[in-house]
Write a protein that binds this ligand. Structure first.
Ligand SMILES: NC(=O)c1ccc[n+]([C@@H]2O[C@H](COP(=O)([O-])OP(=O)(O)OC[C@H]3O[C@@H](n4cnc5c(N)ncnc54)[C@H](O)[C@@H]3O)[C@@H](O)[C@H]2O)c1
Length: 332
């Protein structure tokens, strides 16, 4: 394996390019923004999405999909979930059939309610092996070489194990998994719970509240994942609990920041308009609610987040409603 193509040069795509550049002869990084791609290629820093990190010499940055994908042995895609379908439609003509496609996007597609790997499969058809790469990963920490563990998951376990061998390095430890459904539902849903965690902290509700939210959030992730065909043990792993803990407690989480700011009185439009970076949890919340209805699953925290984000409910009322729901057994 000599060439890796990374499609999507936001914070996470750039960080992955930095850490995986040590593992491949050449890495190409495709960016949506033509001007930014040229600037990053010249200055060797992605000042907009990952300021202060110098990118390695064997990384080529381009805004041409054809150039990025030429000769690629593996493609990792890292664009926001709402553009996955359109970007894959554009890149399909430049892919060699059989090239492994690895999704590092976290989210669900509005309308179809599909997981990102399902969207990719529906665009590219059966000729490409597909995997997901997910887990507790703040882009900046990965780019700084801090120890990080992730999971590469695919229905094709051989592919997951190959990716494990190819991507693992001194600061980047990859576990192989065969439950991409659970891995993707975990990665998408934890962003919704993180908004709730930000609300808890923004309202200064204390550690008990946060611990309860994370735990009941894990129950929601697990219910939805299992109803979608995933396995409960995946949700106890890096893609579930691991990512949930990171996003709910770490201040680098944008979704947690959204909750913090909402609790302190900012309006959603102002919060989202203040940065070019995506907070996937905002879109994922509505999609998760629809998916839960389709699969006949209860997601009380996600429902309250939906009401706060889209129906003008106050964060304090949302927490009050969660605390006054009908009493129930803990398990199930
Ligand atoms: N940042 C992290 O720490 C992190 C970690 C793990 C997973 N992720 C996931 O990775 C995905 C990408 O997030 P990010 O943090 O790298 O992005 P980002 O928020 O840093 O940047 C936004 C990205 O969206 C791209 N973009 C905007 N409009 C586009 C369009 N029309 N077509 C193609 N691209 C467009 C921009 O070019 C940029 O790359 C998300 O699903 C996110 O949840 C992020």
């Amino acid at each position: 394996m000599n060439k890796l193509a990374i499609i999507g040069g936001g914070g996470w795509g750039t960080a992955l390019a930095c850490v995986l550049a040590q593992r491949f002869g050449t890495v190409s990084l495709w960016m949506h923004e033509t001007d930014l791609a040229a600037t990053v290629e010249r200055t060797r820093v992605n000042q907009i999405f990952l300021a202060g990190i110098t990118i390695p010499g064997n990384l080529r940055v381009t805004s041409s999909l054809e150039t990025a994908l030429h000769g690629a042995d593996i493609v990792v895609s890292v664009m926001p979930s709402h553009v996955v379908r359109v970007v894959y439609t554009q890149l399909l003509p430049h892919l060699r059939p059989g090239t492994p496609l690895v999704s590092a996007t976290k989210g669900l597609e509005a309308g179809t309610l599909e997981r990102v790997s399902e969207v990719i499969r529906s665009v590219v058809g059966p000729a490409f092996p597909v995997a997901v790469l997910t887990g507790p990963t703040f882009a900046r920490e990965v780019a700084e070489g801090k120890p990080t563990a992730v999971v590469a998951a695919s229905h094709d376990f051989d592919l997951a194990q190959n990716l494990q061998q190819l991507f693992s390095g001194p600061s980047f430890r990859v576990y192989a998994g065969n439950d991409p459904v659970g891995a993707e539902i975990g990665g998408a849903l934890k962003n919704v719970i993180a908004i709730g965690a930000g609300i808890c902290d923004g309202l200064e509700l204390g550690h008990n509240a946060l611990a309860a939210l994370i735990t009941r959030g894990l129950a929601e992730l697990t219910r939805l994942a299992v109803a979608a065909g995933g396995r409960p043990e995946t949700m106890a792993g890096l893609a579930g609990l691991g990512d949930l803990v990171l996003t709910c407690t770490g201040d680098l989480s944008r979704n947690r920041q959204v909750g913090l700011k909402l609790a302190r009185g900012s309006k959603l439009g102002e919060i989202l308009g203040s940065t070019p970076m995506v907070a996937e949890g905002v879109k994922t919340t509505s999609v998760a609610i629809h998916l839960a209805t389709r699969l006949n699953v209860e997601l009380p925290i996600a429902r309250q987040m939906h009401a706060v984000l889209n129906e003008g409910k106050s964060p304090a009322d949302a927490i009050r409603e969660l605390m006054s729901r009908a009493l129930r057994p803990e398990a199930v």
